[in-house]
Design a protein around this ligand. Structure first.
Ligand code: ZN
Length: 301
């Protein structure tokens, strides 16, 4: 049986937004911000060339701040035919917003998006993949068809449930009988999930940040390349159809040694029969049309 493998490059153009959002209100480090400028300029140009050279249309998730701060650069992405998706305004952590704030950010992001593209957005990626328990309902309410922030599966699309799977809170201040209960049953939404994975993301292993202990930055890209290839190779052996999403950032993957890694990785992926590069929006369409099976997620009782 010929396999069907849908590969998507997911490019988060966090640019300066992620650095300006210092999360605790302290002033942004100007050197960090300069790395965001690099991402929006040289990094974006290199990613565009990488995709052009390999005949790939990718999905670029842009905080509104990036669209409005680097309009000429972001227009290059748009005009090259790539998909553009939502990624917050200043890369704010949605998990820390009130419901009112979350809805207001979504409304503003969609307004900026429409003015930039002339279309209604189809997909959303939560900044830093931090969502709130309300996010899926809010996506539904705003007519967003897919999310790319969750990880109920690592290589199959599915309809996502209305709550993340951590709704039981272990509250040590209370009697254990109050929290010794199974996870409540979740109901499915009409939002399609094209899952992401921290294990196929360039930022944590390959981008140093002195203020963020969760990042490294000095790992040999060849070691990361092997980890990503091994995941793909396992999926290819085990599944007749699957999706493989690669999360990257122009300020990380736009760097010279990591560009070389992507060139080698793309050649490896393309050497497999049945591999098709497409945007996440196209994968969503394929799933909704029943052209790729996906899975049904069960959670709670
Ligand atoms: Zn991001």
């Amino acid at each position: 049986m010929v396999k069907r493998v849908l590969v998507a490059y997911c490019v988060d153009v966090d640019a300066c937004a992620g650095w300006l959002n210092t999360k605790d209100g302290q002033l942004a480090n100007a050197s960090d911000v300069s790395r965001g400028v690099f991402g929006a300029n040289a990094g974006t140009d290199r990613m565009l060339k990488l995709f052009k050279d390999n005949n790939i249309l990718a999905s670029w998730y842009m905080p509104s701040h990036s669209i409005l701060s680097f309009p000429t650069q972001m227009a290059k992405v748009r005009d090259a035919g790539h998909e553009i998706g939502l990624h917050g305004y200043t890369h704010e952590f949605v998990s820390r917003l009130t419901e009112d704030q979350e809805r207001k950010v979504m409304a503003k992001s969609i307004k900026v998006y429409k003015e930039f593209t002339g279309k209604h957005p189809k997909g959303w990626v939560a900044p830093a993949w931090e969502i709130s328990p309300r996010s899926m309902q809010i996506l539904q309410a705003f007519g967003i068809e897919y999310d790319h922030s969750m990880m109920h599966h690592d290589c199959q699309p599915y309809y996502v449930s209305d709550m993340p799977p951590n709704t039981v809170h272990t509250d040590y201040s209370k009697d254990p009988d109050e929290w010794m209960i199974p996870m409540p049953k979740h109901t499915l939404t009409n939002v399609v999930e094209i899952p992401g994975s921290w294990n196929v993301d360039d930022w944590p292993p390959m981008h140093f940040s002195s203020r963020n202990p969760g990042t490294h930055g000095f790992i040999n890209p060849r070691d990361i390349e092997v980890q990503w290839r091994d995941q793909f190779d396992f999926f290819y052996r085990e599944y007749d159809s699957f999706v493989f999403t690669i999360s990257c950032h122009p300020q990380v993957s736009g760097r010279s040694n990591i560009q070389l890694m992507h060139e080698r990785l793309i050649a490896h992926l393309k050497s497999h029969e049945g591999v098709e590069f497409m945007t996440v929006a196209q994968i969503c369409d394929e799933f909704k049309a029943g052209k790729i099976a996906g899975v049904t997620i069960s959670a709670g009782v």
